[in-house]
Design a protein around this ligand. Structure first.
Ligand code: PDD
Length: 293
């Protein structure tokens, strides 16, 4: 594999990605024992950094890793990493593991220093064709654990769910648990029915996206009728519109679910309105850094 020529960060050091490595005894490697964030950066301005850092702090607390940095330190590391890249729109991957320990033992080691890794990639937003025509998705039973609110690096079930989409030749897998819509393999899912935007309620069964919060905020700001409530599988399958949201995918319309057209099989009017609101917010607020968060 060719390592891309990017400056990354590992445990206090900025260096070319290809020069960085982690010991094989790192618990992230052995146990998937760690958490992560993905933070989009527009025109060199990290998007909603505080909520991302708060979610990181919550994930760390949930798995009982002491946060290795203060908010101010995280901010400084991220701003320095952003400055190091030759491109303006970035996607920051940030990972903290419990660190390196021997012997291998599931229980926490008596002493370990968390491993902190950050990488800034060029931000890859959806292709124009995906925005215009929408994407296809399939459904699967959600077989993940009961703490999907933790942004954990142990992502095997998400990996298998996303591969299920790739195997089916579609873009995303929508997860259902006990007859209810939960989220996508790496996205949140919204539904429109009879002009009402519906979002599943945050719980320990899903990751509440920073984009999910923004979409609800934009709906409120622009007077779009919306409700946060449980959505049944039957409601999902008879929805007028289905959308997915994430930091990199922004807002995308799902126009086919398990091979069946959603609504009339094209991105719907409420999606188009939200897409415009999102793009306007990106240009006017995210890129200028005017966001209050
Ligand atoms: N994932 N739910 C899951 C399971 C996710 O993995 C993600 C994002 C989201 C949306 O969160 P946000 O809006 O904050 O990006 C919801 C990122 C992009 C990833 O795994 O790379």
């Amino acid at each position: 594999m060719n390592t891309p020529d990017l400056t990354a960060y590992l445990n206090g050091r900025f260096a070319p990605l290809g020069d960085l490595s982690v010991p094989v005894l790192d618990r992230g490697f052995l146990f998937g024992d760690g958490v992560y964030e993905m933070i989009p950066v527009y025109s060199r301005k990290p998007f909603r950094l505080d909520p991302h850092l708060e979610r990181l702090a919550a994930s760390l607390a949930a798995i009982r890793i002491a946060n290795p940095h203060t908010q101010a330190e995280w901010r400084r590391i991220i701003e320095t990493l952003v400055r190091h890249q030759p491109f303006d729109d970035q996607s920051i991957y940030l990972q903290v593991t419990r660190g390196v320990a021997y012997p291998r033992n599931h229980a926490f080691p008596a002493e370990a220093t968390p491993t902190v890794f950050l990488l800034a990639d060029p931000l890859r937003t959806p292709l124009p064709a995906q925005v215009v025509s929408g994407i296809a998705a399939v459904t699967q039973a959600d077989v993940r654990w009961l703490r999907c609110d933790i942004k954990a690096i142990s992502l095997l079930a998400n990996v298998l769910a996303r591969q299920g989409a790739v195997d089916a030749g579609v873009a995303e897998t929508v997860l259902l648990r006990d007859g209810l819509l939960i989220e996508g393999s790496a996205s949140n899912i919204f539904v429109v029915r009879d002009g009402m935007l519906l979002a599943p309620p945050p719980s320990h069964l899903m990751l509440t996206g920073i984009t999910y919060d923004l979409v609800l905020e934009l709906a409120a700001r622009h007077g779009m009728p919306h409700q946060v409530r449980e959505i049944t599988e039957a409601e999902l399958r008879s929805a007028d519109e289905i959308w997915l949201t994430s930091s990199s995918k922004e807002v995308l319309a799902i126009v086919t679910l398990d091979g069946t057209p959603v609504g009339n099989g094209a991105p719907g009017p409420i999606y188009k309105a939200m897409y415009q609101h999102y793009q306007a917010f990106k240009t006017e607020v995210m890129r200028t850094g005017k966001d209050i968060q």
